[in-house]
Design a protein around this ligand. Structure first.
Ligand SMILES: *Cc1c(COP(=O)(O)O)cnc(C)c1O
Length: 391
């Protein structure tokens, strides 16, 4: 017997769960795996944040049901961050909502804003949650191709009029996962203008807002004048402070959308543990030097990997954001073919580009989540075992 809804039946297996199954099998067989697949930072959470978590956990009143919308300290800390980083003013009571990791809010904003049959505009390739949440809400997604020729930005004017008239939400994500593409505020200006014209709210996912290099500063969509009329921005502590397991993020911007999402959430979850929120507030409010320290490490790894890729004939210009490298597969391979050859022959795990959408075909994603020595080792194994002929 198979008890599941049609909605669940149409969801393809979670990509990383599949890869993990294969990985566990190979580990059991004694293969020395180098996992450049999943986007979970290997660097530790800074000590001052953990100390704060421990301290707050000792107060019994912090272990009661938390506030539905997030504790005041956390929401205020997010507002402080927006002012400090972007000179954007936020009202912590109406324009900030705490999330149980940004993934939670990204998934729940879809049924908050769309009805069955409505369209959601999603970048292609992109974080799979945008698409899967749409299917779970009985919506339809429209893939906006993100191609190298357009610097991995969607061509908004290529979206058919019929789709636009039925679209109730557009996702954007910069610095981008998996493309590592970055934009300047001018792009957000265009997106906001477009969305105003077509009456489509924007949800910008800024999970990698602070993972940037070479002096590049990632803009917030809320820097655009009037953006709060129609946009929200998701943010996360996960990648900025290596807090993926804490499950704490936020959404900021348009009041009505935030109110609607809080109605959805108050009937679904009861918020994140208060000590986690307080530790996150502390992370946002205290010394930020850990961010530069982490980015310096990613930058070194990126340089190592880009040099290594050159030696197998794969040329990528250095990305200015995220800890990913989005690289074209060597000549003669498909994404899936290359990734599974590499995995089987070398024990190096990569992510096939098409897993993020059809326009990801021809690419693979490298996550810079292991130390330099392992990156050298990964490239050497690929070079030796695959005998890739440089065109
Ligand atoms: C990691 C990631 C998230 C989820 O972050 P959490 O706050 O840990 O849920 C959201 N969007 C993108 C693009 C990500 O890569």
């Amino acid at each position: 017997m198979n008890f599941q809804s049609n909605r669940i039946g149409q969801i393809p297996p979670y990509l990383f769960a599949e890869i993990n199954k294969k990985k566990e099998k190979m580990m059991k067989a004694g293969v020395n795996i180098i996992d450049l697949g999943i986007g979970d930072p290997d660097l530790p959470t800074p000590k001052h944040i953990i100390d704060k978590l421990v301290e707050e956990t000792k107060d019994p009143k912090n272990l009661k049901y938390p506030s539905f919308v997030g504790c005041t300290e956390f929401k205020q800390a997010v507002a402080n961050f927006y002012w400090r980083q972007y000179q954007v003013k936020l009202d912590p009571d109406t324009e900030v909502l705490a999330l149980i990791g940004s993934k939670e809010g990204i998934a729940h904003i879809v049924p908050t804003l769309i009805d069955p049959g409505d369209y959601v505009l999603v970048p292609d390739p992109s974080y799979p949650v945008y698409r899967m949440a749409t299917l779970l809400a009985n919506g339809q997604y429209y893939n906006m191709p993100m191609l190298k020729e357009t610097d991995f930005k969607p061509d908004l004017h290529a979206i058919p009029a019929k789709i636009l008239s039925e679209a109730k939400l557009m996702f954007l994500n910069y610095p981008g996962n998996p493309t590592s593409a970055t934009v300047d505020v001018e792009f957000f200006n265009e997106a906001v203008e477009f969305s105003r014209k077509h009456n489509i709210p924007i949800a910008h996912d800024s999970a990698y807002n602070m993972v940037t290099f070479d002096g590049y500063k990632a803009p917030s969509i809320l820097e655009v004048e009037g953006a709060k009329d129609l946009a929200v921005e998701f943010g996360s502590l996960s990648k900025t402070y290596n807090m993926t397991g804490f499950r704490i993020g936020y959404v900021v911007g348009n009041k009505n959308i935030i109110k609607a999402l809080s109605i959805y959430k108050s009937n679904t979850d009861t918020g994140q543990l208060t000590p986690i929120q307080k530790a996150a507030a502390f992370a946002l409010n205290s010394d930020q030097s850990c961010i530069a320290k982490h980015n310096k490490i990613y930058k070194e790894r990126k340089t190592v990997m880009l040099e290594g890729l050159k030696t197998i004939g794969v040329e990528v210009s250095p990305p200015k954001g995220s800890f990913f490298i989005w690289a074209p597969v060597p000549t003669g391979y498909t994404s899936a073919g290359f990734v599974s050859s590499v995995m089987e022959q070398t024990g190096v795990i990569l992510t096939p580009g098409n897993a993020f959408g059809p326009s990801g075909e021809g690419y693979f994603r490298i996550s810079l989540s292991v130390p330099n020595e392992r990156l050298y080792e990964a490239v050497n194994r690929i070079k030796e075992k695959l005998k890739i002929v440089i065109a």
